[in-house]
Design a protein. Sequence first.
Lengths: 389, 562
Amino acid sequence: MRLPRRSELSPQQEDFLMEAPFNEPVLCVGPPGTGKTVLALYRAAALYEQGRTPDFVMHSKLLNRYVERSVIELDMHVHTRTWHSWVYSKWSGGVGRKMPESQPWSPDFMRAIEFLSEYGCTFPGKLSWTHLIVDEGQDFPKEFYIYLTWLMSAELITKAGKRASVTVFADDNQRMEEGRNSTVNEIMTFLGLTERFEVTTNYRNTAQIARLASYFYAGMSTGMPDIPENINGPVPRLVRCQSLREEMLSVVRWLHNNDDLSAGVIVPNRRVQKRAVESLKIEADKRGLRVQMYATGVDPSGIDFYGKGVITVVCDKSCKGLEFDGVFIPQLQNYRIEGADQDFFRMKMYVMLSRARSFLQLSYAECEDDPAILRFFPPSEQGILIWPS
Amino acid sequence: MAELISPGFDFSGSAKQRANKMAVFFLTNKRNLVAILEAGMITPSACQFRYRQDSRELVPGAIPFWKEGLPIQMLNQFRSSETDSVVIAFEMDALSVNSGNDFTIHNDKLLVVSEPVPLAKASAIYFPSAEAIEDFLARRIDGVVCDEASFVALADFPEIAEVGVPKTLVFPDCCEELEFIDKCGGSLKAVEYFSRNGIEAQSFIREFMEQCFLSADHQWKVDLEVDSNDSWIVLGDEDIALLAALLPILRRVKRDERIDPLAVLQKLEKALKSIEPAINEQVEKWITFTRKVLQGEQDVHPLGDEKKLVQRAVLLFLLRPDLDRLLNSMHSNIAAGPTVATMAAFFVGHLVGVSSMGNAQKGSAQEFNQFIDNLMSSVWNRDSINVALRAENSDVIGPAAFLEINGSPLLKMAIPMDQTMRTLSRLLGKSAIEVSYIPESRSLSGKVLLKKGRRQRFFIERIVEEPGEGGSIRIASVCKDLGSKTKLQKLTKARAIEMLKMNEFQQNCCFAYSESKESILVQTTCSAEIADPVELTKLVEHIAAVADDYEKKDPDTKKDLL
């Protein structure tokens, strides 16, 4: 990872990087794929440059792995943690006793504030921080923000000479657990903010991929980023193949020609996943490329998500949160819609398609007639998907 | 108030000289400063990427400089903490270089320039406080190169009287010309970046730059200075057509745009057909192959430095339109050759332009600003373009060539090695014999390790001068230096006859006199197309051993040698 060049930033991203104050709470909101995590990393780099080593917290372990790796590549000494780890370690370091909990691994922030108001803390310096960057801010309970705001102004902290601040990145459309998360308005209220920065342009996909993905989008309109009209790439293609082997050969060929990039193969189920891996390995080995499998629940530490010349085969249910330079969605004939919720199918397609940064290919094989799901695809006249001739 | 004039200002000399050294000030803001540092120049507002309103509004888009202070309205802006104002200071005479003193407005308070002003000539950049400098530096974006030493915290400026400016001023649009210069600069910087990464393969640069100017909308009279070194690549008609088609396509790509390689290929095919409707079968095949490679329907073959270099470079560029990806391509499945990769880098530079490049490509602020200054001097407002290569051999930089446009040095390059010598150098390298290339004589020179640890120098030169490969070479080693007059006198007729006699006993070599080296040599000749590294190494070692043997013994005891 490297710092961005100006022409690679959208005007909104540039506004955020150039204008967001360093010593006041800041909120940046935007739909998925608008580059919030990347902005969070650049903000960390700017703070680090100023000598304010930030703490970087997020909800998911998968994102934490990405951030950890990027922090190393940017040569920063930034503490990256999942939020549980950050909250508990700060508390035990500052207070020296167990964090009050409403249930196991659910901190009771209101009781924590009561405790601190009454008894103070042993090492206020350890309880505080310089600048906290919160990614996936919508996934944290609103009491967390009350707690942060209380600490930032608490006499016991400010007396210790610490001036803490916080930058939050969030999206209303990506809240995970009802009741255990915060809306953007709640975050603004509890951080005492009247203004926020917004990023709305798609930063992950090319315009051509974003356009096809948006065809399937079935959520709230605010949940989808704007098409990045200036970021061009090949129009996604639908390919008819004879066999899974032929489908996999096209994956290997693409990665052979782009062996400094990554490829993701998103498959409908575990059975196809196994077959795809077997088929890929034969051709990939010949060209010095690597093949790996990933599924939710599998320990991600052994998976190289960011490696060059690596093909990751993943089931559709596990692809959320992942990104690849080239994405291949084979075996479309295995997707069934009869009886299934069409909106659910559309959103699944949206999530799968939007994993692709610059190249996207859908394919089907081993069937005489076109698979039924193709009737849900944009017709050739729209020009957003190239159909087989 | 802090000292306004930087210590470097000289107030000696005549009144006119002093006037030329007068400080002039341009008021802008932090956001525009980012663009100015990124481009290495202040441009009229219409040509600046993501322009934010500043003092240029007062003089419809041109660049206003106030003399020795700022009017009250500007001062208030600078003093206000909300405006993020910044002042860039120049010496008066620094502004006259490109404009030739032909300023739009020039009175005792104000100077208005309607052309770009290179930043290399700025004397300081003033911020209202040290905190503002610190904040600006922390937010630096890649490619925004600055010399922190030129940033000065200054609380205030002297107030000068307001100056009325006519609202009806109209300036010529120079954006197209600036964009062209930006793209050309990008190509040169990209090639230089490769050179800084140890890839010295720029032998195409003069021809490519010529095509750059010839393919521009602006009608220049382009003049290419040719020298006798046949190692510089000469383009064929097919290559020229390809460049003439591709470069304008790349120039039309906007700064914040990313290309679809397949769409570029399609445009390229169309442009080639507009140049020559019946494009030849080979080019047609190449386009089909490239399309299949881009779509992942066919494996790309290794793109080494052979056959159709320009076509290979275009394919490589379409596959990896990014400088760092191109650098990596040399060690990937593609195994790009250095020349193919550097040509592809030229295209990437043309695509992104110099101002959009990152710090790694731009180098230090001083280097970058000087480059922009030279680039502007070479092209801005010129009707004719002279592209030339000047060789230079200094103790500091060694043999090098400079690409000059209208006399401005823009790119330092290693002198390309003669093809035959490159092959021989590679063959000897396989036996761990290191040689260096001497461009003036187009020969190789090296040392070989003999038995008992002695080292003997040898050289390889062409005998028959033929372009490209072929002909014969001489492998030789000096065994007696006759460089001084006294030594030369020692080569008596008797000694010369003795040496000729010694030749009777030599196998595979002979003693000879070299007039140019004023030496007696041990030498052999062979075909320049020798391809066996073992055979070549044996020859070199044999020559060196015989020369060393002669050298270490007293030449008067010639019986030992006989």
